[in-house]
Write a protein of this length. Structure first.
Length: 585
């Protein structure tokens, strides 16, 4: 509120603005932290949950050590080092705001209180922007402290005093870009589909962020970084992060910059200030009214079209439901999981990106000093397809983790009210829905890729990997997740040493399955000497191929038997086991 004069010039009521922000920040400080030992601890007194903001700031401080690397470049090329730091910083905050904090901007639940009062659109919009800004500053400032200290060590006390100013301007730019993007999407998509499109945009953005972060970290050439020169990147003058970095020339006039671009440093101040003014002054009224209309959008035409589309899709899922389940209870669990995974935005946000993470992880593991083209050409020469196949377990394990969680978990009372003798049938039905809806299509796509690259001889490996991953997934449910679908809060307390051993046990289990499969494949690989399980000195190539194929068939049969036993155990889960699992969590 030190800038209350500016907020008043922007058209906001400063007293109302202060009251709204005080309530929002007080609620923030009382929220439980969503990880670690504080997850879901509801029985503790409120006085034990009044330091959430301080804890998140400390965690941001620890995370900030990741961003120290670009600052080292400032010892040689200060402008290019700062530009790289601001670019990484901007990218990270844009990702954070779009994926994790979007609900603050599009949340309209406060209209129940605010819209019945004489509160203007600009006051409401500015309260949201400032709330997000406060959130970003209390996370961004601690996160920048390691880089801040390092820059001060390199450039002295003058650099330390100057560093936070452009950092704040960077955060303003992030805020404007995200808000402008939301408003553009709202205008293009319309109020009715805005939240759905935003959800898929968040998923796509998180995938791109993850892929760029993982692959670029392995493809980075250290020698090239040591010889970086700003003149090589003429296109950088079009980036706002370069404008902010160029403002260092105000402190160090001899710093290298692109010729004729020193005047762009003025935009480091003009662009953020103008962006904030434009957002609040002209875009806020349209944005607020559109959000309200999105809540009131109950067009009968759209509703009937939605119902018609749903009825058209019912044929397949009901056919699969009857095909894969024998009892009515199991069918109920199947259809509940199938429908709710479509409706839950949280589930989509957590699970859908995993489909892209698998190939990214695969190329990250293979990536070395070679180019991506060389790695692609050498793929058929190695048995790395085993790694790709078993990385697919991320998809089903992530889906099984979040199929038990829901924001509307209190609706799970219906399970206990219904005359269900064996709740394990509901769990098994939900597992089958997740398997056939998410894992099977993805595994078919991965299997097709493997056959195209490595040949049809890998079909037994694809079948064995599919059974093994299904066995692993069923074991996870049997050991860790014997919970009814969508019946738990996302924040559940840690289960201590017992829980750690459970996690390590499941990871060890899939590791043993994958290594055993890889060893069997290695037996048939008689392309050279000195390989693990190399039996080429004892058996002929044809005998090695027969032995490898025979072992795959034996393991396929054994894995299928174990899978049947575990699924039968899940089906026979009793209410006593469910209640014990509830007590443990």
């Amino acid at each position: 509120m030190l800038f209350s004069g500016i907020w008043k010039m922007l058209g906001a009521d400063t007293e109302q603005l202060k009251a709204i922000l005080e309530v929002k920040l007080t609620m923030d400080n009382r929220k439980p932290v969503s990880f670690g030992a504080n997850r879901g601890v509801e029985h503790k007194k409120k006085k034990e949950r009044r330091n959430t903001i301080l804890l998140t700031m400390f965690l941001s401080l620890v995370t900030g050590f990741i961003y120290i690397f670009p600052i080292f470049i400032t010892a040689v090329e200060p402008v290019i080092g700062l530009a790289l730091f601001y670019t990484v910083f901007t990218f990270f905050f844009t990702f954070t705001l779009i994926t994790d904090f979007a609900n603050v901007l599009i949340d309209t639940k406060d209209k129940i209180i605010l819209f019945s009062r004489p509160v203007s659109d600009r006051t409401i919009m500015l309260s949201r922007l400032l709330y997000i800004g406060i959130y970003l500053f209390r996370m961004g400032i601690p996160m920048s402290i390691p880089a801040w200290v390092m820059f001060g060590f390199i450039k002295g006390w003058v650099g330390a005093l100057w560093f936070p100013v452009p950092l704040m301007l960077t955060i303003f730019i992030v805020l404007f870009c995200v808000c402008g993007l939301y408003i553009l999407m709202l205008r293009i998509a319309g109020p009715g589909k805005f939240k759905d499109i935003l959800n898929y945009f968040q998923i796509a953005f998180s995938i791109v962020f993850f892929a760029v972060w993982m692959l670029s970290s392995r493809m980075m050439n250290t020698e090239a970084i040591e010889h970086m020169r700003i003149e090589t990147y003429d296109w950088a003058k079009f980036l706002p992060t370069y404008w902010i970095a160029a403002s260092w020339t105000w402190i160090e006039p001899t710093a290298h910059i692109l010729p004729g671009t020193k005047w762009l440093s003025i935009l480091a101040i003009l662009f953020p200030v103008t962006s904030l003014w434009v957002t609040v002054r002209w875009l806020a009224p349209h944005f607020t009214r559109s959000l309200v209309s999105s809540d009131n959008d109950i067009s009968p035409v759209k509703k009937s079209n939605k119902v018609a589309k749903q009825q058209g899709k019912q044929g397949l899922k009901h056919q699969l439901m009857h095909l894969l389940n024998k009892t009515e209870t199991s069918k109920a669990g199947f259809i509940i999981a199938w429908i709710q995974t479509n409706r839950s935005r949280t589930f989509r946000m957590r699970v859908y990106p995993t489909f892209a993470y698998v190939p990214v992880y695969f190329f990250y593991i293979l990536n070395s000093s070679k180019s991506l083209g060389d790695i692609w050409r050498e793929l058929p020469q190695h048995n790395t397809f085993v790694i790709l196949l078993y990385l697919s377990f991320f998809v089903i394990s992530q889906a099984l983790t979040y199929v038990t969680m829901s924001d509307q978990y209190k609706a799970a009372w219906i399970y206990y009210a219904a005359p269900v003798e064996r709740p394990g049938e509901i769990i098994l039905g939900a597992f089958k829905a997740i398997w056939v809806k998410f894992f099977l299509p993805f595994m078919l796509a991965i299997g097709l890729f493997v056959v195209v690259i490595w040949g049809p001889a890998t079909i037994p490996d694809i079948l064995l990997a599919t059974i093994n991953i299904t066995l692993f997934s069923a074991a996870i449910i049997r050991i860790n997740h014997r919970m009814l679908p969508f019946s738990k809060k996302e924040q559940v307390k840690d289960s201590g040493i017992k829980g750690i051993f459970r996690v390590l046990g499941t990871i060890l289990f899939i590791g043993v399955l994958g290594l055993t499969h890889g060893a069997v494949v290695g037996i048939g690989n008689h392309a050279g000497k000195g390989k693990l399980f190399d039996l080429s000195g004892m058996l002929s190539p044809s005998m090695l191929t027969i032995l490898s194929f025979s072992l795959k068939i034996v393991f396929l049969i054994l894995s299928s038997i174990f899978l049947w036993l575990i699924l039968d155990s899940i089906k026979n889960t009793s209410w006593a086991s469910i209640k014990k699992e509830d007590a443990d969590n």
